[in-house]
Design a protein around this ligand. Sequence first.
Ligand SMILES: NC(=O)c1ccc[n+]([C@@H]2O[C@H](COP(=O)([O-])OP(=O)(O)OC[C@H]3O[C@@H](n4cnc5c(N)ncnc54)[C@H](O)[C@@H]3O)[C@@H](O)[C@H]2O)c1
Length: 253
Amino acid sequence: MDLGIAGKVAVVTGSAGGLGFAVAQKLAEEGTIPVLLDLKEKMLQEAVQKIRLHCPQAEGYVVDLTTFDAVSATYEEILKHFSPPEILVNCAGGGPGFQKNITELSEPEWKRLIDINLNSMFNTCKIMTKGMLKSCWGRIINFSSVAALRGGGLLGKAAYASSKAGVIGLTKALAREFGEYNITVNAIAPSLHITPLTSILTPEQREAIVSAFPLKRAGDPAGLGALVCFLASDYAAFITGATITVDGGYAMH
Ligand SMILES: NC(=O)c1ccc[n+]([C@@H]2O[C@H](COP(=O)([O-])OP(=O)(O)OC[C@H]3O[C@@H](n4cnc5c(N)ncnc54)[C@H](O)[C@@H]3O)[C@@H](O)[C@H]2O)c1
């Protein structure tokens, strides 16, 4: 199936990480030009080298997405080398203390988690979408979590669940705001996928988590990459404001 997204510039945040990398790889396989953004320089460069096997034009930029001015400067840098991004995938997330109960969490840790998981998306959704608003075509895909739908749990507690619920609110609000510009905005809410973020879980904790899923296993990051490619395509042109769970059935109600 030709998704018709070849040649489009696709910004993927958090793409030195497990899911962001899987997303960037699938987007490259579909012929888009991935622009990888992440905080971790060495891992980002390694990711870019791998993505270039599919797309030699792929590029990476080191940026702290929680800083508005740094995101603006990165956008200007991208425009020196590429046409304005038409696809934005907000995958950066996590953060220290995401598994702490509110009784253990300090105020700076709370604020940092909201910064990483929610405020960074304000920055990218405001800055990286300027070209989409002009050309009246765009796709924004935001990574939330089942933690937003289930009130946290072993996959993230109060601050993480709150920030990821904020992602769903932002997604719906932008779907309304950007709809008349032919820009769709959707969220993905995964449950457990094995990545650097979740590798801190012990085998016992993983087993406890997946035993609550109807499918009794963790997800494959490649599936999330394929879903992002579908949401970026014109086949998904009538899907907006949705939160799609990819969770082995965990959050169904
Ligand atoms: N892996 C899972 O099971 C799972 C489940 C639900 C939701 N999620 C969400 O999916 C997304 C990807 O998760 P992952 O498992 O790939 O995590 P990961 O830790 O492997 O990757 C996250 C990436 O985000 C980057 N990042 C964090 N803060 C940043 C900042 N301020 N500026 C730039 N980059 C920053 C990190 O450097 C890292 O490379 C996250 O938003 C996470 O909350 C993951």
